[in-house]
Every structure is written in structure tokens, then in C-alpha cells.
Design a protein around this ligand. Sequence first.
Ligand SMILES: NC(=O)c1ccc[n+]([C@@H]2O[C@H](COP(=O)([O-])OP(=O)(O)OC[C@H]3O[C@@H](n4cnc5c(N)ncnc54)[C@H](OP(=O)(O)O)[C@@H]3O)[C@@H](O)[C@H]2O)c1
Length: 373
Amino acid sequence: MTSSRNTLSDAPHVGFFGLGVQFHDCYRQLILALGREPDFVCDNAPEKWGKEFFGKKCISPAELTTFGDDTAIVITVRKYEEISLQLREMGLRHVFTACFDRGYDIVESIKLLGMERPADVQEYFVSPVQGKWTLVTGASRGIGRSIAVAMAKLGSNIIAHSRRIEHTKELVDACSALGVEAKPIAAELGNMDELEEMLDTLESRFPPIDIVFNNAAISLACGPNPWCISAEDFLAHYTVNAVAPIRTCYRLIPRMIERGFGRVINISSTIQKRPGEMAYACSKAALSKFTVDLAPSLLGTGVMISLVCPGYVRSDMGGPDAPHGLESVIPGALLGALLNCDVNGRWFIAQDYAGLSLQQAVARAKFYYGLEE
Ligand SMILES: NC(=O)c1ccc[n+]([C@@H]2O[C@H](COP(=O)([O-])OP(=O)(O)OC[C@H]3O[C@@H](n4cnc5c(N)ncnc54)[C@H](OP(=O)(O)O)[C@@H]3O)[C@@H](O)[C@H]2O)c1
């Protein structure tokens, strides 16, 4: 962990702003990164004002001004931009953000924020995936379809997987209409013979694959009683959601290493504390563990593997009541394919980039994780 100690340690008062999940889950880590306890905590929600959190009183933003403009504020929510602007407008000069990683379970750093905002980024975006071949599993609908179309718009050729060839016909036509090549492939990923046959076919009869989005997954209803999730339910989730993408990695990555280039993006989930969905959650944890632990083996090969949590979105899996639309996963879900810096083992939380352009998303990710080309 690193922190901008100079200004922070010199500040007469230090406060945390934004008392959400990350603040609660990572409070002790924040103290370690900061090297001291905060003097107060602050939030925009009136119902928190006057209450104590970890023994620190929560004040209102209006009360912040009484501490003087040399007070240092560390923003402790994922989307720091709006609060940063709010604090600047209040005349505060020492505004920092805590940067979280691993699906926001750990505090990676505390960074000084400048006056910049992602919307200011105007660089021309040269697509790094133009002419590459991208395999998207589970491309027929939902998040996979959004990823495939977005990659096609960036000039990548698409191999669109689903359970049946006809499920991706409309997508293949849509990608072809965008001027790229698009080919369908099918396999039931709950059947290892079908999976291996598909991987054989991809190797022998398709162009070499440069980029893979392991996106296909299942989330089955396991009954109302969290104590009675069956072994079959666990096995079904593990097979499709963990073993199939892991096997796909094992088959495709060695070819990528031979060619000196590859990007693997495993679509996972930060789902936690949902006992009724334990079979799904554990299968995603297995995929995430695999990805993070494999990453060091790829150093220097030109191949990188990363993780995406798309957020809770309105797809067939997420259902109609999910808070986010499908469009919100782009551009964040693409970062592992677009960034030409060390994204090996990184988590990208797609919702943090919702509404940003590709340039803005790339700039935000680079700042947040301290990435350099
Ligand atoms: N939706 C959310 O809120 C949410 C949240 C966190 C993470 N995620 C993750 O995001 C990814 C995409 O989710 P989604 O919401 O877009 O799902 P979805 O709408 O249910 O789409 C699932 C896709 O996977 C394919 N698929 C399903 N079962 C399969 C199997 N047994 N074998 C092969 N392919 C299969 C489907 O193909 P067919 O058309 O042939 O069935 C379809 O293309 C998943 O990894 C999911 O875990 C989603």
C-alpha cells in the first residue's frame, strides 16, 4: 500500500468522505494506508450526520468548512469524481481518493486528486483491437452480446459462442454489417466433451484467437433454503462458470504465448454475502482465484489475463429489476482488451466506467490503478 503521506501527514485535520460499503469493509486498511485515525467522517446523507462510525462523528458537508481549507479529505467511495468536484467547489484544496482493488476488497493506495476530471479527456482513440480475432462466449444475448457488438464496432472480428448456432445468427449478421468478419460456434459448456470439441474446432478451423471474453455462465435457482443447495447444483455451476473458462484458458493461452500476444478477460462477479446464491458465488470465486493466481505466470509473455465484474444488470440472468441497463457494462468490460499496460490479474468493475467514452474510461483506469503504457 502507498499513500501520499506528505500533504496528508502535514494536514491539521483529516477526514473520510463517503460512508458506503468500501468504507465499512476496508476501514482498518484505510487507517493503515493513512498512517493515522481520521479526525472525523463525513457524508452527503443527512441521516448519517451526528452518528458515530468506528468511534468518529459524522459531520455534514456544510460543517467541513469550519475546519479550514487546509483540511485533507480522503474520499472513500468508488466513484470519487462527483464528490471531488463538490469538495473543490467548497474551497477544499487537499482532496484525495482511496483506490480499491480486487473487487474493492482491498485498499491499494490513497492518491491526491488534481483538478482533472475524466470528461476533460479528449485524446483521439486508436483502436488496439482492429483486425484482431475476439472470442466471446455466451454472446447470443445479455452482456456477452453487448461486448461482442462493442468489440466489432472497434474493428475486431468476432467468434460468437452460444449453446446453438442459431442463437447467434442475428448477432453475427449485426457484426458483419459493422464491416468485420463474424463467425458462430456452439457448445454446451456444461458438457466437457462438447467444450473440448469446440476448442479443437477453434484450434483447427478458425483464425488464431487474440482476445477471449469468458462470459457464458449460469445462475440457477437453488431453492429457498440456503442449507439445502445440492451437490448437483454446485457441480453444475462449477462446470459452466469455472471449469469451462479455465479449460478454455488452458487451451488458448499457450497458443497466444507462442504468438506473443493475447488478452483474456474472465467475466466474474463481486457477489458476496448471498447464502441463497452460494453455488453461483463460489463458482465465480473459483474463476477469480484462478485468474489472479495465473496472472504472474504470464509476465513478459505479451499475454494478459484480467477480471470484470459487470455489475447487477438487466439481462435474462439479472432480471428486469436489476438497477443497471445492459449498455452500462460498456466501456468498462472492455478495459482488459483495450489497455496496453500491465492489466495482468486486475479487476475492472464495469459500473465505475458507465457513461464514459472509451478514452475517458482508459484514462480513469490508468489513474486509478497507476498504470503506464
Ligand atoms: N446479469 C448480471 O446482473 C450479472 C452480474 C454479475 C456477473 N454477471 C456475469 O456476466 C456474464 C453474462 O451474464 P448475462 O447476465 O449476460 O447472462 P444471460 O443473459 O443469462 O446470458 C447467458 C449467455 O451465456 C450462454 N450460456 C448460458 N448457459 C450456457 C451453457 N450451459 N453453455 C454454454 N453457454 C451458455 C447463453 O447462450 P444461449 O443463448 O445459447 O443460452 C447466453 O449467451 C456471466 O458470466 C454472469 O455470471 C452477470
